[in-house]
Design a protein around this ligand. Sequence first.
Ligand code: MG
Length: 391
Amino acid sequence: MACLPPLSSFAAIVVAAGKGLRVGGDTPKQFRMWQGKPLIRHSVDALISAGADPLVVVIADDARAAAEGALAGIGGLQYVIGGATRQASVRNGLEALAVASPMNVLIHDAARPDLPRDVIARLLAALDTNPGAIPVLPVVDSLAVAGEGELMTDTAAREPLRRVQTPQAFRYPAILAAHRVWQGAGDAGDDAQVLKASSGSVALVHGDERLKKITFAEDLMHPSTSPAFRIGQGFDVHQLVTGEELWLCGVQVPHDKGLSGHSDADVALHAITDAVLGAVGEGDIGTHFPPSDPQWRGARSGQFLAHAVDLARAAGYAIANIDLTLICEAPKIGPHRPAMRAEVARLMGLDESAVSIKATTTERLGFTGRGEGIAAQAIVLVSLASEGTTT
Ligand code: MG
């Protein structure tokens, strides 16, 4: 996707101001993990990848920290506080774009994470001839009109009806003006309705089933496209120097040298941590615990691993097993293996049978063979947690 040229220029507004607590828990759903990253991050990544610039994220007034955490590392985002209604929130976002004054703007709900680039392209193309364009899908089920007592009173023709999705696309001056004069009673159902109220034509373009809204706990617990298993690998090296303690798998090992590094330099736990993060697509250990951050100086690496396991659980995955290989000439790993296995199992909340620790030399070849450093590589398998085991 990164190698595709950007689409014609557009700004974007991602609306994430809802409390979104219907899925349960204390965190609004847009900031909860889904498919390996926070829900909101999926659509923000898709919009930026398609060329959105600038991009405004509309959030509730108490959600700044949660939003910045969920979107950490993405540059150039502008955060705007939402209003009392969705319409007011979108208007705040539109007003924030007044200086940039883009030609076109896409307005998207954060709760629709899977945003195909094709849909964006169709919407932008439709703006050549209309001030508004929205993605829609046909109604395939037959329709019944419900009356009192949930009894059917009539049928309705489905042919002229469409299901409406987001993002909705507009020429910026037209949708800004329409929101400024919006007189509808209460909240607007969507932005197309606001534009239509000021007589702007709205083109209907073909949407995509993947754009469905994540609404219920079921969607977050069992996203239909989540693979049952995922795998990750990690690799790390630290230098052996005199005057340092040697920590491997959270166990202090007596040796005439120790590993140097910013934290306790536990090369084994770093490799396992990267493998867990890799399995759920959560970046690497440096993303979460930057060496440049003084708070991690001398830190015990067990907390890095515990955090990675928490992220995997939040994404709906349980650790199935890990397999670690330590590569060094000395010290001998065998005598320490039982303690190492027990400690890794404890840190990851696993049974020891799920933890394998192996060791090899490189026949005195290379830096490990010369005793200049220790290398470690790890593989982790994670499996979709069954209902009730997700924390
Ligand atoms: Mg390391």
